[in-house]
Ligand binder design. Structure first.
Ligand SMILES: C[S@@+](CC[C@H](N)C(=O)[O-])C[C@H]1O[C@@H](n2cnc3c(N)ncnc32)[C@H](O)[C@@H]1O
Length: 276
């Protein structure tokens, strides 16, 4: 048997400790991602070995909470990848317009920018009032921020540009009120968004929905876990439902690939085939 590096063994033990003590399962996250984040936490906490970090995580909830934040990368933005939203307007909205009511699931919504972007888009397309948006994440801190809908105004210039590039024709400033440091999203955008804590690894199906968006989340999972989550998405979608992965992710290698047709190859937007 090949000798494993000591730090590999320590990482396995640390992830097991996190799972047993706190119930978060990172054992099937990409090795490179997990290693990078652990090394970063050790360096910030002036620790020399992973075992030292493991000991701290088991006995100090504050360090554990920090490590959970480290492993959950929450980087996001409004109308992130504007070309994606442009494609949703062109290729998906006409399909959604045929439905009497619409349920959309944002899996891994982070601090909410993606769900608010979708609310804006649906409002402009006249669909928001008949839509429920379920926005879920396993990071409660991010969800709390999402619920508030208050963002730093430093990003507004970039978000406004993203919005325009995504095909938005209104004034983006009409969707929020601003103070000297923040923008506060309009109550009207929040009204049909349900925020909920859901872990894609350990929780089961969330709801039956017409559309799922899961962008920039599966890249942190290993292939087996990606495959498992794709099965969860497949089971959660109605016949003809839409799966949006965004340009960085793929289902090409998953077991359910053949069960979808491609609506937009570049933006990785798929439509679930009707079962005979
Ligand atoms: C980089 S953000 C992506 C946010 C947004 N979808 C976007 O594309 O801008 C990744 C999010 O996935 C969440 N995440 C990671 N693992 C998860 C899991 N097992 N269950 C639910 N959410 C998870 C993280 O907490 C984080 O908020």
């Amino acid at each position: 048997m090949k000798d494993r590096d000591a730090s590999d063994i320590e990482i396995t033990l640390l992830l097991e400790a996190v799972f047993q003590k706190y119930g978060y399962d990172f054992t099937q996250y990409s090795e490179a991602h997990v290693r990078r984040r652990i090394m970063n936490r050790m360096s910030l906490s002036h620790m020399n070995t992973v075992s030292e970090l493991q000991n701290a995580v088991l006995h100090d909830e504050l360090i554990a909470a920090k490590l959970l934040q480290d492993l959950s990368i929450t980087v996001t933005e409004m109308f992130r990848d504007p070309g994606f939203y442009k494609s949703v307007r062109e290729n998906v909205i006409p399909i959604l317009k045929t439905y009497p009511f619409i349920k959309i699931w944002h899996a891994g919504c982070s601090t909410g920018e993606e769900a608010y972007s979708m609310a804006v888009l649906l409002k402009e397309e006249g669909l928001y009032d008949r839509t429920t948006i379920y926005a879920t994440d396993f990071n409660q801190q991010a969800l709390n921020q999402a619920k508030e809908g208050i963002f730093s105004n430093e990003m507004v210039k970039e978000y406004t540009l993203n919005y325009q590039l995504s095909g938005g024709q209104e004034s983006f400033a009409g969707y929020y009120t601003a103070d000297s440091e923040h923008v506060i999203m309009n109550q009207a955008l929040k009204k049909n968004i349900v925020w909920a804590n859901h872990n894609l690894v350990t929780d089961s199906m969330f709801a039956e929905v017409h559309m799922i968006l899961c962008r920039n989340v599966l890249i942190y999972f290993d292939k087996a876990l990606q495959n498992k989550v794709q099965t969860l998405f497949y089971e959660s979608l109605t016949n003809g439902g839409i799966l949006c992965l965004g340009s960085k992710e793929s289902i090409r290698f998953s077991e359910v690939f053949d069960a979808y047709s491609e609506l937009d190859k570049k933006q990785r937007i798929f439509k679930k085939k009707y079962k005979e």
